[in-house]
Design a binder for this molecule. Sequence first.
Ligand code: GDD
Ligand code: MG
Length: 360
Amino acid sequence: MTEAVLLVGGRGTRLRPLTVNTPKPMVPAAGVPFLAHQLARLKEAGVDHVVLATSYLAEVFEPYFGDGTALGMRLTYITEDEPLGTGGAIRSAADALESGPSDPVLVLNGDILTGLDIADLVRRHRAAGAAVTLHLTRVEDPRAFGLVPTDATGRVLAFTEKPTGPDEIVTDQVNAGCYVFRRDVIDAIPAGRAVSVERETFPGLLADGAHLLGVVDRTYWLDLGRPDAFVQASADLVRGVVPSSALPGTPGEYLVLPGARVAEGAKLGGGTVVGAGAEVAADAVVEGSVLLAGARVAEGAWIGRSLLGAGARIGPRTVVDGAVVGDGAVVGAGNELRGGVRVWCDTRLPDVSVRFSSDC
Ligand code: GDD
Ligand code: MG
């Protein structure tokens, strides 16, 4: 038996306005809440009990996933009244674990899409007899992550969360947000107060001489913390770049969910997903984008690498390129939203009438 703790309690502030009404792991990617893809991967890795450590909008998880029977695994939900940080959440979850003191327990950030062989990470953890084993990946710009230099044997030398200056950037190896903990290491995290596993637990373990093993793996890896990454991850799931058994359909250039309507003459591609009840009108183009349930795209609009929230409406001939339109927002005809623009939920942007006349 292998158990896992999934950290799903963060506020997802960098993903606003997507996370105003929905916690980050429940925002649909490729047609289902992102968490469904993570649970499917855990199941395939032999995990049969997952403890979901919730906090922000905690009440929405259980009604969707229930006790896990439909997924063939057991799910337990724990909720912090006040967010206790990553370490505090892991410690709270320990009360629901059934593993013995020296058993391996997987711990995953709830916003990571990866092709990592999770079962192999557990095997390597056991073989090394490590206190904690960390999945590491290499990135071009490590500033937004936890930096984890290792020696030639993979032994972790330091852990620097979100380096503050160039002198702290000593490696491009970063914490990929998937760990195997020996269960008694989790039990040793102080209970009942906020703890950051990255800023307190890992540096503390290293100072005490504990064996932390880093496993560098360069398969697909993405942190979905920012809108562009979220949209990219959804498109990659739809196209099968990273396979997921939770995909509600077969991999291809687009995915249209039941109840959606796509007019003849509309063009979909690049891993676009059209959610239940969403509509794409004639002559509209939608490339590499996410249309959540009930979103509507009018004729002649062009949507690329963007996310349209539930019930959002895009007017005729409007361009939305690399932008996020919040739930229920209405963008009138002829607008141009580009490069990282975020339209807040329920905002109304009026039509833009372009006149090509000399007095313009
Ligand atoms: N239950 C609970 N309570 N969960 C939390 C809390 C909390 O107080 N705070 C954060 N989480 C969850 C988030 O929901 C997310 O799934 C995970 O913990 C990590 O939080 P993020 O806010 O996404 O952190 P990050 O992306 O800035 O940094 C983390 O991930 C990077 C890899 O993507 C760190 O672990 C970095 O070291 C790492 O490189
Ligand atoms: Mg993150």
